[in-house]
Design a protein around this ligand. Structure first.
Ligand code: AMP
Length: 133
């Protein structure tokens, strides 16, 4: 069965899309640690990041960098934290999280509850910043 992220890429499940290329897709995490928390995935469904082919893996970081630059243009923060966990959804993804301290990367913290309009506005603003690069 396809992963939830494959279904997002295929448009079967909605997402707050940030950007996409032929090989990659970025969208807002629905249970964010911070406003602008974004997931970057390869469209190809591969569970574990270290099973991703070298070429596909190598392209992921430049895409994530561009997405991260767009996020930091919209969400005030010291940096974009970058992490991979992957224990919940078996489809490779990189978390990009606006942070001001190490505690902002603590996945045990309560997640933000944002109204749909706020997700939509964040995604639209980050999309615009991405397109300007
Ligand atoms: P992990 O696999 O532990 O790295 O966590 C998976 C992440 O995917 C979590 O932060 C979830 O909030 C996020 N997530 C799960 N389903 C969705 C979805 N439909 N749209 C956006 N983010 C999701």
């Amino acid at each position: 069965m396809a992963t939830i992220f494959t279904r997002i890429v295929n448009g079967e499940i909605p997402s707050y899309k940030i950007a996409e290329t032929e090989d990659y897709y970025a969208f807002l995490d629905i249970n964010p640690l911070a406003k602008g928390h974004t997931l970057v995935i390869p469209k190809k469904e591969i569970d574990y990041i270290f099973n991703v082919d070298d070429d596909l893996l190598a392209g992921m970081l430049p895409f994530a960098k561009k997405v991260g630059r767009a996020i930091e243009a919209v969400v005030p923060c010291k940096r974009i934290g970058v992490t991979v966990i992957g224990l919940e959804v078996p489809h490779t993804h990189i978390h990009l999280i606006p942070i001001n301290s190490i505690y902002d990367m603590d996945f045990k913290q309560p997640k933000l509850q944002l109204p749909a309009e706020e997700f939509e506005k964040l995604a639209a603003d980050i999309r615009e910043a991405y397109a300007k690069q």
